[in-house]
Design a protein around this ligand. Structure first.
Ligand SMILES: CC(C)(COP(=O)([O-])OP(=O)([O-])OC[C@H]1O[C@@H](n2cnc3c(N)ncnc32)[C@H](O)[C@@H]1OP(=O)([O-])[O-])[C@@H](O)C(=O)NCCC(=O)NCCSC(=O)C[C@@](C)(O)CC(=O)[O-]
Length: 282
């Protein structure tokens, strides 16, 4: 079971500017917990996402010596990927590839077809620099813009990505519209069809329906879940209001109920939760 903690997703749309110092302290606390990966920051336009403008500085101030967590940075164009790959500390670059044309334009100012070309270039950059590219299928369960959506559309784009030898693909419920039926149908098809690809779930979720969504993905063999402490966050490029994230606390409870072994330091987790109360204050 891989738990990917997403402080970047929690912070990127937060209404109060979080200082560099606060970010460093929060990430430092998360690094002690033992998550598989921290989605820690992004190399994107500071005009689009002002909160992430200090990612480079944050990274330079992190002490990674005592942590086994890997680092993932989000990039939204080739320039961001070029800037991210030079950092030795970063293991993964994450690119949001949407199956909704409207969202891909809103999020990256590129069409889906143009973005596929960007994925190809980023994949080459990653391979050359010893990084792995994680591709998110944004709006992977539907979109609020009335763009065409069906599981078949997702399957078609995943197939294109698999042909580019993308090895990690995370299906993202960017605005929280997924239901267990569509989750089941996608993971049931994808996991056996692409044994070389690790499929993950990135569920933006409301407190009332997170469990049925996680359960549906879990039953089909998904073992990679993104979440954020206290369920904070969402993509500010998608909607005016942030949808919220799958709460890490819920994900841990889910695993404990099913005796899924997790190697997290619960004392360090508590410390990070306390710090989250301070970082995510108004
Ligand atoms: C992709 C762009 C830059 C295209 O935006 P653009 O306007 O097409 O870019 P451009 O090349 O025309 O440049 C415009 C300005 O941006 C600057 N710029 C250009 N590139 C960069 C860069 N890499 N780093 C820093 N600055 C950059 C560039 O220098 C210029 O600055 P100006 O001359 O106006 O001062 C923009 O649309 C952008 O930054 N979008 C932000 C995307 C983003 O961070 N979204 C949130 C994260 S993804 C997410 O949350 C979804 C996920 C992962 O959680 C999964 C899910 O739930 O779906």
């Amino acid at each position: 079971m891989k738990l990917i903690e997403c402080p970047r997703d929690a912070m990127q749309g937060w209404h109060r500017m979080i200082s560099t110092e606060e970010k460093v302290n929060y990430l430092q606390a998360l690094l002690k917990v033992g998550f598989d990966t921290l989605d820690f920051g992004s190399f994107v336009s500071p005009k689009a996402i002002p909160q992430m403008a200090d990612t480079r500085e944050v990274l330079s101030r992190l002490d990674l010596s005592a942590s086994r967590s890997k680092l993932l940075a989000i990039v939204a164009n080739v320039r961001g990927a070029e800037e991210a790959v030079v950092h030795e500390e970063i293991n993964y670059l994450g690119f949001p590839f949407s199956v909704s044309e409207t969202f891909q334009l809103r999020n990256t100012n590129k069409t889906i077809a143009e973005s596929l070309e960007q994925v190809q270039t980023m994949q080459e950059l990653c391979i050359k620099n010893g990084k792995e590219l994680v591709v998110y299928i944004s709006m992977g369960f539907g979109n609020p813009y009335e763009d065409p959506y069906s599981p078949e559309i997702v399957l078609r784009w995943v197939d294109e990505l698999a042909r580019m030898e993308i090895t990690t693909i995370s299906l993202a419920d960017t605005v929280g519209v997924a239901n267990p039926e569509v989750i089941t149908s996608l993971f049931r098809h994808l996991i056996p069809a692409y044994p070389r690809v690790e499929f993950g779930a990135h569920f933006h979720s409301a407190p009332h329906n997170w469990e049925e969504k996680v359960q549906a993905a879990w039953e089909q063999g998904c073992r990679r879940f993104d979440s954020a402490i206290k369920g904070i966050g969402g993509c500010p490029m998608a909607k005016d209001e942030l949808v919220g994230n799958l709460a890490t606390e819920n994900m841990i409870w889910f695993c404990q109920q099913r005796q899924v072994p997790l190697t997290l330091d619960m004392t360090a987790l508590q410390a990070a939760q306390q710090l989250a109360d301070v970082v995510f204050k108004d």
